[in-house]
Design a protein around this ligand. Structure first.
Ligand SMILES: NC(=O)c1ccc[n+]([C@@H]2O[C@H](COP(=O)([O-])OP(=O)(O)OC[C@H]3O[C@@H](n4cnc5c(N)ncnc54)[C@H](OP(=O)(O)O)[C@@H]3O)[C@@H](O)[C@H]2O)c1
Length: 261
């Protein structure tokens, strides 16, 4: 029987590339996203590359019941996961006093509640089977406060803290947890959510190379996975300066790199 992997946010960007690599590694896939047309396109593309029937689940993971519905649908089909990738995410840019609460509430729901809930629901099966892998997609934003994207940075910090603690608890169970912390990656995330301007043209990685790094790290049971030397430096830089200085530096970089309405 084929190994089964589920990826959220599989229709685009990093999630799409991770899905493709799992597919080429002979996984059968459950592709979750809220974009039905793009999901169907990906399914059609993948059907040409794999002998397995991959399933698509159109779900908006901002909704409170989404994680439970996914778990129920897979349980009804008697399917248990070998790999769970919590990748779906988006950003909100602007000063907190001016940003839209619904967007930020949705983001907290997606990055924090849905990702945690999916781990909660699928972990017991994995532990029972004595094998399984969870890949949570955070960001190098996790390592310091992020003025102008304050809630985004905070949700990613949560994901890193939660994942490292979970990995520790799961030692000896056969189940691993990897938390991926990419730096700026060329996807529609940057244009749609973060309003990145054309000024920043260094240290931007492709989604395919981030995905390759992620899969390698996950297969090695690496806990903290930061692709790229500069990103590893940036993720550790905050250790050597006061946290308020780190926040000021982030703010300056955000202002320089992004268009502000
Ligand atoms: N790109 C970067 O620079 C960067 C850097 C560090 C970390 N990350 C993280 O990497 C992950 C993937 O981002 P990406 O750059 O690949 O972005 P992307 O190209 O925008 O892809 C994200 C995918 O997630 C889907 N999605 C968003 N909200 C969802 C929801 N509520 N329910 C189900 N699916 C949802 C999106 O669907 P729609 O298209 O319909 O919105 C999209 O297909 C995110 O967690 C992001 O925070 C990205």
């Amino acid at each position: 029987m084929a190994k089964l992997g589920m990826i959220t946010g599989a229709a685009n960007g990093i999630g799409y590339e991770i899905s493709k690599l799992l597919l080429l590694d002979s996984y059968q896939l459950i592709l979750v996203d809220k974009d039905p047309e793009k999901l169907q396109e990906v399914k059609t593309e993948f059907s040409k590359l794999s002998e397995f029937e991959n399933r698509i689940l159109v779900k908006d993971l901002n909704l409170p019941n989404a994680a439970h519905e996914i778990f129920q649908e897979l349980s009804d089909l008697d399917l248990s996961l070998d790999v769970l990738v919590n990748n779906a995410g988006f950003g909100v840019f602007g000063t907190f006093s001016n940003t839209n609460w619904k967007d930020e509430r949705d983001m907290i729901h997606l990055h924090v509640l849905s990702a945690t809930h999916l781990c909660k629901l699928f972990l017991p099966q994995m532990i029972k089977c004595g094998k399984g892998k969870i890949l949570n997609v955070a960001s190098i934003a996790a390592f310091q406060p992020g003025p102008l994207m304050s809630v985004y940075y905070a949700t990613k910090a949560y994901l890193v803290s939660f994942s490292i603690a979970l990995a520790n608890e799961l030692k000896g169970t056969g189940v691993s947890v990897t938390v991926l912390c990419p730096g700026i990656t060329k996807t529609k995330f940057q244009q749609t959510n973060c309003k990145i301007g054309t000024r920043r043209n260094w240290n931007i990685t492709s989604s395919s190379s981030v995905a390759k790094y992620a899969i390698k790290a996950m297969n090695k049971n690496k806990v903290l996975a930061i692709p790229g030397l500069i990103n590893r430096f940036l993720a550790n830089f905050h250790r050597f300066i006061p946290v308020r200085t780190a926040a000021s530096i982030v703010r300056k970089l955000q202002e320089r790199n992004r268009k502000i309405d």
